[in-house]
Design a protein around this ligand. Structure first.
Ligand code: HEC
Length: 171
């Protein structure tokens, strides 16, 4: 069966007293992610040495030496512009980065969702990097995922949860 188009749906809804704007409907569009389940976990991710270099390579021109989408990812300011900061995209509904919660991090969705460019009227904008494909490698996406999951820290905490391995205890 042909799915009801969102355009038709919004027309029907706008006729009702409880009209919902199309942008609100679009927010429930699920992210179709790249599958990162086969990528190894990166322990003790450090923002400056592990994450920033990804931005330096893939996001320059637009977010470095520019602030497309109101976002500068320049070294020295990227961290403060991401963690806990509301997205400029009014449809995002989530901050750019929510510590420990990749699903509530617009940055991660913009990198990981394969369907952003197919959503009618592009309420979330394009998948990043905007000049892709290619988009970020699975390894680079996983690095950003792990950074967020580990608390989106400004700097790595050595031995976080014994991740460098257990020291044998004296008997
Ligand atoms: C060719 C230019 C270009 C490149 C390269 C690019 N972006 Fe973007 N970015 C944009 C534009 C334009 C927007 C605003 C429109 C949109 O969202 O599609 C944007 C928006 C964003 C947003 C949403 C900001 C907000 O608060 O709403 C994020 C997050 C983002 N980009 C991350 C990245 C990351 C990370 C990279 C590198 C991996 C990257 N972008 C590479 C042009 C670019």
């Amino acid at each position: 069966m042909k799915p009801v188009s969102t355009r038709l749906l919004s027309l029907l809804l706008s006729a009702s007293p409880l009209a919902i704007p199309l942008s609100a409907l679009a927010q429930v569009t699920p992210c179709v992610p790249d599958d990162l389940s086969t990528t190894p976990v990166n322990w003790n991710v450090d923002f400056a040495t592990d994450v920033q270099p990804i931005f330096d390579v893939a996001c320059s021109g637009c977010h470095i030496g520019g602030s497309s989408g109101g976002l500068s990812l320049a070294p020295g300011s990227a961290y403060a512009n991401l963690v806990g900061v509301p997205a400029s995209n009014g449809n995002a509904g989530i901050p750019r980065v929510t510590a420990s919660d990749p699903e509530a991090s617009f940055l991660f969705k913009k990198l990981n969702c394969t369907n952003l460019n197919d959503i009618e009227d592009m309420p979330y904008g394009a998948r990043m990097p905007r000049n892709g494909p290619p988009y970020l490698s699975l390894a680079d996406q996983a690095m950003i995922l792990d950074w967020i999951e580990q608390g989106a820290l400004a700097a790595a905490v050595p031995n976080l949860l014994f991740r460098d391995g257990f020291d044998g205890r004296a008997e």
